[in-house]
Design a protein. Structure first.
Length: 75
């Protein structure tokens, strides 16, 4: 897994936030960075969707936030 590439677009690099947490090649700190970026991307998308009133899509923010808490507790 190319860390820099996954950091630029986590949703493209991983199927789910849980896959980030389970990736054995990433350090705990890298997992936090990737999930933090994914969270930011999701928040940006949510704002854009609200402005455009786009259709429903799966909400990953809760999952990302929970995983970030777990990983930060391990740090």
């Amino acid at each position: 897994m190319d860390f820099k590439k996954s950091l630029k677009n986590p949703a493209e690099a991983f199927d789910s936030p849980q896959d980030v947490a389970n990736d054995p090649e990433l350090s705990n700190e890298q997992k936090i960075e990737v999930l933090t970026q994914w969270r930011y991307d999701e928040l940006e998308t949510e704002v854009a969707d609200q402005e455009n009133m786009a259709g429903d899509k799966p909400d990953k923010l809760g999952e990302i936030n929970n995983l970030l808490l777990e990983l930060k507790d391990k740090s």
